[in-house]
Design a protein around this ligand. Structure first.
Ligand SMILES: *Cc1c(COP(=O)(O)O)cnc(C)c1O
Length: 431
């Protein structure tokens, strides 16, 4: 498979090139030249096919021969080696729990796949790659865990001191080995600015092979299709395809779901569930795309004012608004409604939603009220314990720590404190 830049000003790239570069030189996102179709048999017989094989068959056309089949099979097996159950919450609404991976959020899937692909690509290169990433919370943990102990790859994570949750900080700082956490005396924007400057610094780039692990990378985007297939495998009413609501921020996750659908996966309708950051819901009303500064909400992983992956969704629909509107809708949910939903669902069913999943739940519930013959699922994108400071006061309950968190919560934090200047980062990298 080859990939073109959506800005159309860069050469075509292979999967390997697109993975290493992340973004095309013209700053466009990479997009596959064709949308492969899965075998009809994969869908009709899905209940009898293992998750590893489903994942392998879905991703194979995107990778082509750039990774040997055995290695690719091992990579996808390691990517999906935790449960992804579809859990019934009410008669009409199920939760696809994407939080059983090592860092308790769906980003584990993309990060595990990407890190292993990059590991393969640097194997023969005889050169060490340094992955630089700025995080406001979830991405850093997933990337750290995904790249942990991958040969030939060093990871440097910048996070704003005092501005990530305690669970998130432990996930970033307790691994050691090839993972280095820089605790920056500044904000997330400072961290991002420092990373950006590093990518353009001639001296550093002569010394080091720097790459990023951000969410627009095709090797993080494409494997997110896997769990939409796993969801369908567990869907009981095969005669009626599900409505799927996806809590959305940068729109990579939902875009992967739409891609899976265009490759042959039955889906009735997609709902992009947003918090107060409503650029896409507004676009669906007005057909005007107007990015805004992000506003802070309780579902903070979705606080994005200019969602990068929305251009990929438009491309999937060939820029045709009527076709887009038929398959896709988007709504904005307030923090107040999110909290009420968490409380109401917990009281009625005993199910604990995290603030992101709650946005998805309410968007789906409202849609099903208008379409009473349909049933659906929402993606529960993170474990509620990651956001216990929001969840516990709303529910008046404590959220028990899962085993994977218990294991790290008492480990010593290992981080290097630095000032929020590019020089401080450069000094660290040059050591
Ligand atoms: C990153 C994240 C999202 C948003 O996903 P996108 O692919 O950026 O739309 C939603 N929920 C959680 C918990 C996240 O970490």
């Amino acid at each position: 498979m080859n990939y073109y830049s959506l800005h159309k000003q860069s050469p075509i790239a292979s999967f390997k090139e697109a993975t290493i570069l992340g973004q095309a030189p013209d700053k466009g996102l990479y997009f596959p030249e064709t949308i492969p179709q899965v075998d009809k048999e994969l869908i009709s017989n899905i209940e009898n096919i293992s998750n590893e094989e489903i994942a392998f068959r879905v991703i194979k056309p995107y990778v082509g021969n750039e990774i040997k089949e055995d290695d690719l099979f091992r990579i996808v097996s390691e990517t999906v080696n935790f449960p992804i159950p579809l859990v019934l919450v009410t008669e009409n609404i199920s939760s696809l729990e994407l939080f059983h991976g090592p860092t308790l959020a769906f980003k584990d899937v993309g990060a595990r796949f990407m890190s292993r692909c990059l590991g393969e690509f640097v194997k023969g290169a005889g050169k060490k790659v340094t992955v630089l990433v700025a995080t406001s919370g979830d991405t850093g943990g997933a990337v750290a865990n995904g790249f942990f102990d991958v040969d030939g790859v060093d990871v440097v994570i910048l996070y704003p001191s005092g501005k990530v949750s305690s669970v998130q900080e432990k996930q970033l700082t307790t691994l050691g080995k090839n993972i280095h956490a820089l605790e920056v005396n500044g904000t997330f924007d400072d961290c991002q600015q420092m990373v950006k400057q590093a990518f353009t610094d001639a001296e550093l780039n002569k010394q080091l092979f720097l790459t990023s692990a951000n969410s627009i990378n095709v090797a993080r985007w494409l494997p997110q299709q896997f769990y939409y297939f796993f969801a369908y495998k567990q869907w009981k009413q095969k005669e009626q395809a599900p409505v799927i609501a996806v809590p959305s921020g940068n729109f990579g996750n939902i875009c992967a779901g739409i891609l899976a659908h265009m490759s042959g996966l039955p889906v009735q309708h997609f709902i992009a569930a947003c918090n107060a950051n409503n650029v896409v819901p507004n676009y669906m009303q007005s057909q005007q795309y107007q990015p805004k500064a992000a506003v802070a909400t309780i579902s903070n992983a979705m606080d994005v004012g200019n969602p990068s992956n929305f251009v990929r969704i438009l491309e999937l629909f060939h820029q045709q608004f009527p076709q887009l509107k038929e398959k896709f809708s988007s709504v904005s949910i307030t923090d107040e409604a999110t909290k009420q939903t968490m409380k109401r669902v917990f009281d009625a069913t005993g199910y604990t939603l995290d603030p992101h999943g709650a946005v998805g739940y309410l968007a789906l519930e409202e849609y099903l009220q208008q379409h009473s013959l349909l049933k659906g699922m929402f993606l529960e994108t993170a474990h509620p314990v990651k956001f216990y400071d929001v969840v516990e006061p709303v529910l008046n309950e404590t959220v028990p720590l899962p085993e994977s968190v218990k294991d790290i919560i008492d480990l010593p934090k290992q981080s290097t404190k630095i000032n929020a200047t590019f020089e401080a980062l450069k000094d660290f990298l040059k050591q």
